[in-house]
Design a protein around this ligand. Structure first.
Ligand code: PGA
Length: 249
């Protein structure tokens, strides 16, 4: 199995102003100074520049939470990949379930966004995951397969290694309910198998677990060989908690 550097990302969602983000970064950096893991912070658009500036020279890389697939155009309220790159951003979350659920993000749009991010030099963090109803109906694998096939359709097999995938069961996000180790292992194993059909680069893809990750459960989740890291929402808002999760990876 190839070595995959553990990857821990903080998805702040619509939390933290730029000033609050600055305080967080100042508190976090000394706590993660020795880490060998990849650490990514995903603030709001308006706090990106502040986090880029404050974290310069540290292990922290910076990701946006969404982007538009076009380079520019008449798309009021949207932000493009070249704008993010110019701001010093390294990566972008795409297809988060909250965007799929509340903002009409479709697999068709993601099929354009993922290659657009790669082409611009941004690392896509593609989120996939099933609803509780789909899991109860035994459709988890079908949902994951459909999302992966559609969202990665435009990705050249040679570039697959540049994609990070986050498995986030929707019923575990912000609910305090974490998937069991077995559920997370099974789904992530299935995701890896699905990626393998696209070529050998699948072995290098980091596959994260997300959904109510906290310091108390991060260690056992990330000790699973299938799980390469975590996408953390609520517990990433506190620098001490987030640093503890980084240390557990
Ligand atoms: P949570 O969010 O850790 O608060 O469950 C995870 C996410 O939505 O990425």
């Amino acid at each position: 199995m190839p070595d995959r550097t553990p990857y821990v990302a903080a998805n702040w969602k619509m939390h933290k102003t730029a000033a609050e983000a600055a305080r967080f970064v100042d508190a976090l950096l000394p706590r993660i100074a020795a880490t060998q893991n990849e650490v990514v912070i995903c603030p709001s658009f308006l706090a990106l520049a502040e986090v880029v500036e404050r974290s310069r020279g540290s292990a922290v890389r910076v990701a946006a939470q969404n982007m538009h697939e076009a380079e520019s155009g008449a798309f009021t309220g949207e932000v493009s990949a070249p704008m993010l790159v110019e701001a010093g951003v390294d990566a972008v979350i795409l297809g988060h379930s909250e965007r799929r659920q509340h903002f009409g993000e479709t697999d068709e749009a993601l099929a354009r966004k993922v290659p657009a991010a790669l082409a611009a030099g941004l690392e896509p963090i593609l989120c996939v995951g099933e609803t509780e109803e789909a899991r109860d109906a035994g459709q988890t694998d079908g949902v994951l397969e459909r999302q992966l096939q559609a969202d990665l359709a435009g990705v050249d097999p040679g570039r697959l290694a540049g994609v990070v995938v986050a498995y986030e069961p929707i019923w575990a996000i912000g609910t305090g309910r974490t998937a069991t180790l077995e559920q997370a292992r099974e789904a992530i194993g299935f995701i890896r198998d699905t990626l393998r059909a696209r070529g050998a680069a699948a072995e290098q893809v980091r596959i994260l677990y997300g959904g109510s990750v906290k310091p108390a459960n991060a260690g056992e989740l990330m000790a699973q060989s299938e799980i390469d890291g975590a996408l953390v929402g609520g517990a990433s808002l506190d620098p001490g908690d987030f640093a503890a999760i980084v240390a557990a990876a």
